[in-house]
Design a protein around this ligand. Structure first.
Ligand SMILES: N[C@@H]1[C@@H](O)[C@H](O)[C@@H](COP(=O)(O)O)O[C@@H]1O
Length: 241
């Protein structure tokens, strides 16, 4: 696990965007795994700037998002579909037909999950996966538990995640209790993984992860210790607390 510590959120975001830019320049038809949450917002802003000012070309890029809430329509302002369009897709020259996000309103959710994994494989697998991390160590919506899902699955959100994510909703009662999430196996199949974390509230979990001596399903991000190409980019606050 390679660790890069940056002075602040902006520098962390720029570092991540630069890495992605290099990868797109190497392989214009790259398959990117994308994350939501507040952490990658700065990275998306920087990628938009690179598109507008430096001509970074997304026209051949394919994307797969990590997760989506069950029950939210894609036009719901709190859905990850909405978030991705609002924060990123609407501002670059990506072909929307090449962007994939689990459908939280699918009639047969189980079948949809299996098809999502198959589609990733069909598109050649994820070249670079961007990840945030929950305060409890979750990645995507793989919550700490006695076992973890290998493939994309429907998951129950923990109370702590519901509370953490309630800041985006009008009230905590509106936060969905279930989500579709790529499984740990889906994530681990990505050729390269970049995990971002910023701010004091992530310092405890980053400390545990970077200790790096144990893997446990109770710290889902610790599974990344088994991957051969993971870069963790953190700001000083997340690194030092
Ligand atoms: N499903 C998302 C994760 O993909 C994200 O990494 C995490 C951290 O969010 P934030 O970046 O807002 O701290 O929150 C959500 O639960």
């Amino acid at each position: 696990m390679k660790v890069i510590v940056k002075d602040d959120y902006e520098k962390m975001s720029k570092e991540a965007a630069n890495m992605i830019k290099e990868e797109i320049n190497k392989k214009p038809n790259i398959v990117l795994g994308l994350a939501t949450g507040s952490t990658p917002v700065g990275m998306y802003k920087e990628l938009i700037r690179m598109h507008k000012e430096e001509g970074l070309d997304f026209s051949k890029v394919t994307t797969f998002n990590l997760d989506e809430y069950v029950g939210l329509d894609e036009n719901h302002p709190n859905s990850y579909h909405y978030f991705m369009k609002d924060i990123f897709f609407n501002h670059v020259n990506i072909n929307m037909d090449n962007t994939f996000i689990p459908n939280g309103k699918a009639e047969d959710l189980e079948r949809h999950c299996k098809e999502y994994d198959k589609l990733i494989e069909k598109k050649g697998g994820i070249d670079v996966q961007i990840l945030g991390i929950g305060e409890n160590g979750h990645i995507a919506f793989n919550e700490p538990d006695k076992e973890l899902n290998v493939g994309t699955s429907v998951v129950n959100l923990t109370q702590s995640t519901i509370e953490a994510n309630s800041r985006f909703f009008d009230s905590i009662d509106e936060v969905p209790t279930k989500a579709i999430s790529m499984g740990i196996g889906t994530i681990m199949k990505a050729k390269k993984i970049i995990l971002l974390a910023n701010g004091k509230r992530k310092s405890e979990v980053i400390k545990k992860l970077l200790k790096g001596d144990k893997i446990t399903t109770y710290l889902p991000a610790s599974m990344l210790l088994l991957h051969s190409d993971v870069t963790v980019i953190v700001d000083k606050e997340a690194y030092n607390g």
